[in-house]
Design a protein around this ligand. Structure first.
Ligand code: NAD
Ligand code: IMJ
Length: 258
């Protein structure tokens, strides 16, 4: 039996449906023997996430829209008897219009929304939940290559992911003394709800598979398994890092001619 996470409790924020990267992480965590707690964003998602929790064998399902401080406070209250070992932050949002028109036209409100949901929430969630990680632990978040390279249409999300990746480093510095590690997984493109309707997403997938050393796209289960490593004691020396789980795509400069 796989037991890399036996005896550990993980809270996973960001399961919306079975295609969510957070769902693949929850599957890997359950396989490795973790106790899993899921959160959902508002009443509209409640039933779906409760059904998914049953399928996964997750223990608890709690509400938390990260833009509402009172909901984060209520989450902490609901968790007051828990000892947490792992926090997974798998949350991002920007206005759809900001992911299609030219970046230079990003509005102040659109910029602030993307940064609040996709970057600041890692800070507020870490501040709220780190006190429950009494014996140390591991915080992880999901990022994308658009943080460090220009990717068509990623726009304000790229800037928010840059803030997220910098936040990983500052949080790792703050929390190291408590033996809490903070890392990000930079996943290759995956067809989730957050990819649906993005212009030319199929072309992005095909382009990556054509260039990546492994000659294919990223399987969400591979992200889940890297999240196991980072959450487990195997990852005990790793903090403040961004680990690419992208079939090697980001190392390529010029594609070798056929
Ligand atoms: P997804 O749509 O399944 O997950 C996004 C989640 O964010 C949803 O569960 C949604 O409910 C949650 N969310 C949005 N606003 C929220 C709020 N205010 N409060 C609480 N939750 C909120 O899509 P996904 O692709 O699984 O995305 C998860 C993470 O992975 C994101 O950070 C995304 O940027 C990142 N990522 C995705 C890809 C990809 O290609 N799909 C690649 C690299 C990184
Ligand atoms: C998103 C937009 C543009 C290009 C993109 C993506 N590429 C990839 C994504 C190339 C891989 C997916 N991704 C990494 C994300 O972080 C997506 C975030 C996102 C998606 C949506 C779509 C629906 C919506 N708002 C969103 N906010 C954030 O209304």
């Amino acid at each position: 039996m796989a037991t890399l996470l036996a005896g550990k409790t993980a809270i996973i924020l960001g399961v919306a449906n079975k295609w969510s990267i957070a769902y693949a992480i929850a599957e890997s965590y359950r396989r490795e023997g973790a106790r899993v707690i899921l959160t959902y964003q508002g009443e509209r998602q409640k039933g779906t996430v409760e059904d998914l929790a049953k399928d996964l064998g997750a223990d608890r399902v709690l509400n938390c829209d990260v833009t509402k401080p009172e909901e984060l406070a209520a989450l902490v209250e609901a968790l007051s008897n828990e000892k947490l070992d792992i926090v997974v932050h798998s949350i991002a949002f920007a206005n759809r219009e900001d992911l299609s028109r030219p970046f230079i036209e990003t509005s102040r409100d659109g910029f602030l929304l993307a940064h609040e949901v996709s970057a600041y929430s890692l800070i507020s969630v870490s501040n709220a939940l780190a006190p429950l990680m009494a014996h140390g632990g591991s915080i992880l978040t999901l990022t994308y290559l658009g943080a460090v390279r220009v990717i068509p249409n990623y726009n304000v999300m790229g800037v928010a992911k840059a803030a997220l990746e910098a936040s990983v480093r500052y949080l790792a510095s703050d929390l190291g003394a408590k033996n809490i590690r903070v890392n990000a997984i930079s996943a290759g493109p995956i067809k989730t709800a957050s990819a649906r309707g993005i212009k030319d997403f199929s072309k992005v997938l095909d382009g990556v598979a054509a260039v990546a050393p492994l000659q294919r796209n990223t399987d969400p289960a591979e992200v889940g398994d890297t999240a196991v490593f980072l959450g487990s004691d195997l990852g005990r020396g790793v903090t403040g890092n961004v680990i690419y789980v992208d079939a090697g795509f980001q190392i390529m400069g010029l594609q070798a001619p056929e």
